[in-house]
Write a protein that binds this ligand. Structure first.
Ligand code: MTE
Length: 323
């Protein structure tokens, strides 16, 4: 019999098991969900199911097992979202990203300092990459809440290899879609659009960096960033740019949307760090979404528990200055 000792980055199942799904959920979100269940169901599912479908069902990756981290109930993962293009309340994206916004077909472009610039349909890309796998990762939002999410997708390093960066390439600049006709947030200018994010090249090729095309074994719903979004589990959730249309390789550090909006509050690195507080709140602990009222908080871990995999990337860097 194989006995597995838990890794340092695994949190106890008890910390994320939901006893009661709706207890810590704001009443308004709950009512909104109910309303959608009745009136909106027909509107919601068809477009969500049109997202990138290649490669399903994915095989689990034994390095990031679902048995070690108990996933947050699916209705929270797909119903409690940040996607400012579709509103600023947590329940807005599920509603507003599913009112005719098309995420299939979808083209993603590889550009900049690469030997193989290209444009791919996302389904074609998945086939070219060699399929998808499932990884269960912690998700820590900069707003001090967390989930555990079973993503489907592939290592970003595979895409980097496909692009074949030139030696001058040191960073990736990732850009989200720009379509004010479909996006109420873009029409309202609630952020600087399109949403952009960046990674150092060595961060992008770290084993954890992941491009998700699905969640909970199904193609990504629009509200989670269909058809393809970034997942960097050692960083705050805002690095996880959704609905990516372009990845450009650059020599200089790109800017990122939340840093443009509030530079003193959100940096380029955004590494989860319980010792560096946000100017307006502590980052030492986090609210567990879906955890029920009595097990609702837990201590935040350095690099969200992934220090073994990523601490080496930041040797010699002052993490308080490079927040
Ligand atoms: N990507 C885009 N394009 N627009 C956004 O507003 N929000 C970010 C990130 N990616 C955001 C985005 C934030 S703040 C978080 S916490 C995560 O998406 C939330 O991902 P989830 O809704 O799938 O949990």
């Amino acid at each position: 019999m194989l006995i597995r000792s838990p890794k340092s980055w695994e949190i106890p199942t008890s910390a994320v098991t939901s006893a009661s799904l709706y207890h810590d959920r704001p009443r308004r979100d709950f009512l909104r969900t109910l309303g959608l269940g009745l009136a909106g169901a027909a509107l919601l599912r068809p477009s969500a199911l049109l997202a990138a479908t290649a490669g399903f069902p994915a095989k689990g990756n034994p390095l990031y097992p679902g048995s070690a981290l108990k996933p947050t109930p699916e209705e929270y993962v797909t119903g409690y979202n940040n996607f400012y293009e579709f509103g600023t309340d947590k329940g807005d994206p599920k509603e507003l990203a599913n009112q005719g916004w098309k995420t299939d077909p979808w083209t993603i472009e590889l550009a900049g300092l690469v030997r193989s610039p290209a444009k791919f349909d996302v389904n074609e890309l998945v086939k070219k990459i060699g399929g998808i796998e499932e990884r269960v990762y912690r998700h820590r939002c900069v707003e001090a809440w967390s989930m555990v999410i079973p993503w489907d997708g592939f290592a970003l390093a595979k895409l980097v290899a496909l692009a074949d960066p030139k030696p001058e390439a040191k960073f990736l600049k990732l850009t989200s879609f720009n379509d004010p006709k479909s996006s109420i947030g873009q029409r309202d200018h609630n952020l600087n659009y399109p949403y952009v994010e960046g990674l150092r090249l060595d961060e992008a090729t770290n084993e954890l960096a992941f491009l998700a095309t699905g969640v909970y074994g199904k193609p990504l719903p629009n509200q989670n960033g269909a058809p393809i979004r970034l997942v960097t589990p050692w960083k705050y959730g805002f690095k996880g740019i959704k609905s990516i249309v372009r990845i450009e390789f650059t020599a200089t550090q790109p800017t990122n949307t939340w840093n443009i909006m509030a530079p003193s509050e959100y940096g380029f690195y955004a590494n989860v760090n319980p010792t560096v507080d946000h100017p307006r709140w502590s980052q030492a602990s986090e609210r567990i979404i879906g955890g029920g009222i009595f097990s609702g908080r837990q201590a935040t871990l350095m690099f969200n528990g992934y220090d073994k995999q990523v601490a080496g990337l930041y040797k010699g860097l002052d993490l308080a200055k490079n927040y």
